[in-house]
Structure formats: C-alpha cells, structure tokens
Design a protein around this ligand. Structure first.
Ligand SMILES: Nc1ncnc2c1ncn2[C@@H]1O[C@H](COP(=O)(O)OP(=O)(O)OP(=O)(O)O)[C@@H](O)[C@H]1O
Length: 280
C-alpha cells in the first residue's frame, strides 16, 4: 500500500501563543491509502488542530506534510483540499446551501460535475445517510444529528480520496452512529477511501486499522485498536470511553477474579466467561 498522508516533524502554534509554546510538537506519522486511522486524545490535546493542518486551514511553524505525493504549500493547498473531505463536530459552520440538496450538491458544482450525474449522486448520498425525505428542507432547521448526516452526505457525494471526521458522529444516537460507520465502511470497500477519524467513541476507534494517541500536542502512542484497548482504565486518560468487555474485566478483577491480561472482544469475553463457569 502506498502512503497517502505523510507528516514529518510537524510543529504548530496559534498566532496568539508565546514563542516558546506549541500546540503540536514534533508530530510524525504516515497513513497508507485505504487505511482507517483513528486519532484519540483528551479534550484540548490538539487533534482538531492537527486535522486543520492536514488540509492547510492552518499553516505549521515547521515540518512537512505530503498528501498523495504533493507537498502541502500555498501553491498546492487548493489541489490538496479537493482530495480531502472534512466533517466537523459542529456542522453549522459548514452549510452553504439554502436547502439540504443544494448543500450536498455544492462541492459537486465546484468540481464541474454534469447536472444529471450531480442529481443522482446527491439523491444517492442522502439515501445513504437516511435523509432523502429532507432534501428540500432548510439545513438550519434540522437537529444536530440530522445536520451531521447532511454534512456526511456532502462528503459521500463529493467522493474525496481522504475523509477526515472530526467528532463527526458525536451528535448521533448509537444506532445512527452505527449506520454512518457502516456507510463509511461501504465507501471504503467501494473505493480506496482513506479515513482519519478523530473520536472519543470506542466503537468508531474499533473500526480503525490503527489508532494514534495524542496527548498535550505530542503523538504518544500508536497501535492496533486491540493493542490500545488493552490499556483498560488508562484509556479514559487517553480521551476514550472504555469498551464494555474491559469495564467488565476491571469489575471482575476488583472482586478478586483472575482475568486475562490480553484484550477481549465481546465475543472473546463471552467465550472466556463460559470457560470460567465450566471450570467451576
Ligand atoms: N483558534 C484557536 N486559537 C487559539 N488557541 C486555540 C484555537 N483553537 C484551539 N486552540 C487551543 O489549542 C489546543 C488544542 O485544541 P484542539 O481543538 O486542537 O484540541 P482537540 O484535541 O481537538 O480538543 P477537542 O476534543 O475538545 O476538540 C487547546 O488548548 C485549545 O484551547
């Protein structure tokens, strides 16, 4: 797999920060095309700042960002933005259309997609997020979760190479979140979509091939979801909720039950519990 994102020694400071302070310090990582990488970390650790550096919304103090072979610079930023779709936690600031369908069509108009194709892509994208009945509504009047679905539909229709989700499912209920994650998995299966998801949601992180942990502007750890989930209670410090089997394991350990040290999925936990019971 070729690398689609390459970040080397990225340092970032907001203009109002003192010269000796940084919001991001020496961040380096790569993402392969088609990979799903989750970025976790507690509030204020710098995850959104990192995402905004990747598409040139913020310019680093130093370091190098390469997206799909192009080094990010003033000259390449517009090309690079066309390759990256971003969905933020609060989609309010992202709406540009008077109606939901206009909004979803907006990025396609900019790409010069023919009208017939545009209409079918918009309808398809709205159906994928279950918002087809809201096509002619005003985005401002939707609920938070519906707005997130519309913002996601915009990205689905635009078909970017890289999708960055910044807490983009946070306003959805668990069922809505699972549906959206499934839609993104489907987009990944249909194309070589690369996903970078910033999240506190353990299920969203579990979808990833790899998890990066950011703490106080530093990249402190990197591993598969199973490796990261093994941290148990320390996950909360990392800004993640603990997965259910890990919470159950911690509760059993407190009761003096000898629990496996390795990470258990829900199925793994059920199997282990059966085994424990039959050994009695
Ligand atoms: N526009 C800004 N100007 C100055 N400082 C900022 C700005 N935006 C964020 N910060 C600061 O930069 C740090 C990192 O913020 P950032 O939003 O990147 O963190 P985060 O990990 O995404 O947090 P959250 O999970 O709450 O979204 C925080 O200390 C925050 O207060």
């Amino acid at each position: 797999m070729s690398q689609i994102i390459d970040v080397e020694h990225l340092n970032y400071r907001y203009p109002q920060q003192a010269a000796d302070q940084l919001t991001l310090t020496d961040i380096s990582f790569t993402v392969a095309a088609g990979e799903w990488v989750a970025i976790v970390g507690h509030n204020g650790s710098g995850k959104s700042t990192l995402a905004k550096n990747l598409n040139g919304l913020l310019a680093p103090v130093s370091g190098k960002i390469t997206i799909d072979g192009q080094v990010l610079s003033e000259q390449t930023v517009w090309d690079i933005r066309r390759k990256i779709g971003m969905v933020f936690q609060n989609p309010d600031n992202q709406f540009v259309g008077a109606t939901v369908e206009d909004d979803v069509a907006f990025s396609l108009e900019n790409q010069g997609i023919p009208r017939d194709e545009m209409l079918s892509r918009v309808a398809e994208a709205l159906a994928q997020v279950d918002m087809q009945d809201f096509a002619t509504r005003e985005p401002a009047r939707l609920s938070g979760g519906q707005k997130q679905r519309v913002a996601l539909a915009g990205m689905i229709a635009a078909r970017p190479q890289i999708l960055i989700l910044d807490e983009a499912t946070s306003m959805l209920d668990p069922e809505g979140r699972a549906e959206v994650l499934q839609t993104i998995q489907q987009m990944k299966a249909d194309s070589d979509l690369t996903v970078l998801s910033i999240t506190h949601d353990i299920d969203e992180a579990a979808n990833a091939n790899r998890v990066l942990v950011v703490n106080d502007g530093h990249l402190v750890e990197e591993g598969t979801p199973a490796e990261i989930f093994q941290h148990g209670p320390a996950l909360i410090k990392m800004g993640l909720d603990m997965p259910y089997p890990e919470r159950l394991k911690a509760a059993l350990a407190r009761l003096g039950v000898q629990v496996p040290a390795t990470y258990l999925t829900e199925k793994g936990m059920a199997d282990w519990l059966w085994q424990l019971r039959s050994n009695k």
